[in-house]
Design a binder for this molecule. Structure first.
Ligand code: GAL
Length: 411
């Protein structure tokens, strides 16, 4: 369709549905946190071969148990999210989505009850298209209302709507329609749209003002996988396009650089810190996709770092930006509430030794508090310096790693 006609069509659609139809669920005032199956467990459906790792109600119940037992829930990780490959291959006699009966013998509503009994929330996955990316039941325009109502009947708390097997026009109608349908259920359901990721993530194809009115969070870019290369590519893409992305985020509406893969096989401890630091600077949703039953103490320590979570969840809700970059180094800065800041020194070199840096606040425009600032190293969990405009702090950053500072004024 010609671009002008498409824009006209979307404007007309929005005029017809009116402003009261915009998503208004009061959710995600800070970036949502939880656990999601996809990156770690993919579309594993053979429960005979993989009894502990297949996409089944047992897996989600086990993760819910761990979220509570191991203190995750108390730190804010509250969503337990089903991703692709949960459904049967056909709808029920009433045209409703249904779960695979062997792997979810008690159905999604019972699973939601279990998750809620633990004080957690349940997320589910759908796809705007004739089938999901994994080939399971999709949501076509004519089933959007029925699917939204089914999710609400099941007492689901979040819907991630993927976009495989759809075209741009279908997405421009379907994503707003699902937003409206979820709103109309009367249940507060967090809405994650993969819409921008299917339109190359950038204006003019993506209208972030509109997306922010319709969705609570949205995937902008490619899927993550279990590798440092992919983490680095995502970091670079978010830095390269920050002028378009940064203003889109705020309380209730977040860019989503994709899942946290810390605790899996692909990242070293240093690289894990880098993912977490930049995701916190980006005010990203913190959805872990790992195995909470076998996660190492080291990975758990990183993911449970309270100051890191505090930065990610900061009430101002302002996404940070990359303020310096050379071939092997990036400096990221996020303005936080109460005159606080976070700074991430990212060493992207993968050769050689730790590189040394000097922190001086004035050149970074951190100078409003003339009495000075306390500087905390987030991963070392200690106060490392007190700086006024006359002082500097020197430190080193390992290759493919980061030093993340939390900066608090003493004023
Ligand atoms: C992708 C999506 C992933 C995952 C997968 C499931 O398109 O970006 O996050 O949901 O589909 O098949």
């Amino acid at each position: 369709m010609h671009c002008g006609i498409l824009v006209l069509f979307i404007s007309l659609f929005l005029t017809l549905v009116g402003p009261c139809e915009l998503l208004d669920n009061g959710l995600a005032k800070s970036p949502p946190m939880g656990w999601i199956a996809w990156e770690r467990f993919r579309c594993t459906t053979d429960c005979n071969v993989y009894p502990d790792n297949c996409i089944s109600e047992d897996l989600f119940m086990a993760m819910a148990d761990k979220l509570v037992e191991d203190g995750w829930k108390d730190l804010g990780y509250q969503y337990v999210n089903i991703d692709d490959c949960w459904s049967a291959l056909v709808r029920d006699v009433n045209g409703k989505l249904q779960a695979d009966q062997d792997r979810f013998p008690n159905g999604i509503k019972k699973l939601a009850e279990y998750i809620h009994s633990k004080g957690l929330k349940l997320g589910i996955y759908g796809d705007l298209g004739h089938s999901t990316c994994g080939g399971y039941l999709g949501t076509l325009p004519e089933t959007i209302d029925i699917d939204a109502n089914t999710f609400a009947e099941w007492e689901v708390d979040m819907v991630k709507l993927d976009g495989c097997n759809s075209n741009s026009t279908e997405r421009s109608i379907g994503y707003p329609k699902m937003s409206h349908a979820l709103n109309s259920t009367g249940r507060a359901i967090l809405y994650s749209c993969s819409w921008p990721a299917y339109e190359d993530g950038l204006p003019p194809k993506v209208n972030y003002t509109l997306i922010g009115q319709l969705c609570n969070l949205w995937r902008n870019y490619d899927d993550i996988n279990d590798s440092w290369d992919k983490v680095k590519a995502i970091i670079n893409w978010f830095g390269d396009h920050q002028e378009d992305l940064q203003p889109a985020a705020g309380p209730g509406r977040w860019n989503d650089p994709d899942m946290l893969i810390v605790g899996n096989f692909g990242l070293s401890q240093d690289q894990s810190k880098a993912q977490l630091a930049i995701w916190a600077i980006l005010a990203a949703p913190f959805f872990m996709s790992n195995d909470l039953r076998t996660i190492s103490d080291d990975a758990m320590n990183l993911l449970q770092n309270k100051l890191l979570i505090h930065i990610d969840q900061d009430k101002l809700g302002q996404q940070g930006v990359r303020i310096k970059k050379d071939q092997d180094f990036q400096l990221w800065k996020r303005k936080l509430s109460h005159g606080q800041f976070a700074l991430a020194y990212l060493n992207t070199a993968d050769l050689g030794e730790a590189r040394s840096f000097t922190l001086s606040l004035s050149p970074l425009h951190i100078e409003d508090c003339s009495l000075g600032y306390n500087i905390y190293d987030v991963f070392d969990k200690q106060l490392v310096a007190f700086l006024t405009s006359n002082h500097t702090h020197s430190f080193r950053v390992n290759p493919t790693s980061v030093v993340l500072f939390f900066i608090r004024p003493v004023c």
